[in-house]
Design a protein around this ligand. Structure first.
Ligand SMILES: Cc1cc2nc3c(=O)[nH]c(=O)nc-3n(C[C@H](O)[C@H](O)[C@H](O)COP(=O)(O)O)c2cc1C
Length: 230
């Protein structure tokens, strides 16, 4: 015991529950790749994405400097699960082969999801995802550099969002720029399993801060991002 209330354990993973993100990127030949991930957190209009450095997604992001972050709702759990154990990498890296991964060229087809053109990046949006965010890479932070066995295998990629698009049915009625948290039903990955959210547990004190006070300079900057087709 590490306290009277706790038992010491050594779980293999520490994935206590985060929303799933489907990252779309462009391959060398211009075809799209699409991969589920969930080690993501958000700060203003920035996200930090924890990715295997040898994943096709990380390689595409580092080469092109861009991606789309598509957030699936819990109703898209089947599509996300069809992408599990697949990679856009060919050949499949040995450590993934050992875990049962196989190469899939057409990830959109495999998932049954529809690509739609983005405004500011080459990679397509996922039409079925209620939230889509076009983003550019701003920094790459190596993870576990201190350990020779892990060095070079994981990266945290910092991206800056420059377009946000949502399905109208998750917007708060009567507002232009707000999401209704009762309507937005993210898909959550917890210890490799897929969940939805329960209902609100209590009113939040943090929500007494007006949302407009969070608006940072990246929002103004996003308006200058060039539309690729104009
Ligand atoms: C629900 C879910 C969450 C995942 N989360 C992550 C993650 O946070 N980081 C990561 O590197 N891989 C994660 N993976 C595994 C990647 O999807 C996997 O490495 C995949 O092969 C990447 O595809 P790519 O090689 O085509 O980029 C997750 C997979 C699933 C199904």
């Amino acid at each position: 015991m590490i306290s009277p209330a706790h038992t010491r354990i050594e779980p293999g993973i520490l994935y206590f529950g985060t929303p799933v993100v489907l990252i779309s990127t462009s391959n060398e030949d211009g075809t799209p790749n699409l991969a589920p991930m969930s080690s993501a957190f958000w700060l203003g209009w920035r996200a930090v994405l924890g990715l295997g450095a040898r994943s096709k997604t990380a390689q595409n992001m580092l080469r092109t400097g861009e991606c789309v972050l598509n957030l699936p709702s819990d109703s898209l759990a089947g599509a996300v699960d069809r992408l599990a154990l697949t990679t856009g990498s060919d050949p499949v890296p040995v450590f993934k082969q050992e875990r049962g991964y196989r190469h899939v060229q057409d990830k959109f087809g495999r998932a049954g999801l529809t690509p739609a053109p983005a405004e500011t990046v080459e990679a397509p949006l996922v039409a079925e995802c209620p939230v889509v965010m076009e983003a550019v890479v701003e920094a790459v932070h190596p993870i576990a550099e201190d350990d020779g066995a892990q060095r070079g295998s994981i990266v945290a990629i910092e991206v800056r969002v420059q377009r946000v698009g949502v399905h109208d049915d998750i917007r708060t009625a009567g507002t232009t720029d707000r999401i209704d948290p009762d309507a937005w039903r993210p898909l959550i990955m917890s210890f490799q399993q897929l969940y939805g959210l329960g209902s609100q547990v209590r009113p939040s004190t943090l929500a007494s801060i007006p949302e407009r006070l969070y608006r940072g300079p990246d929002i103004e900057r996003a308006r200058t991002a060039r539309h690729r087709r104009s």
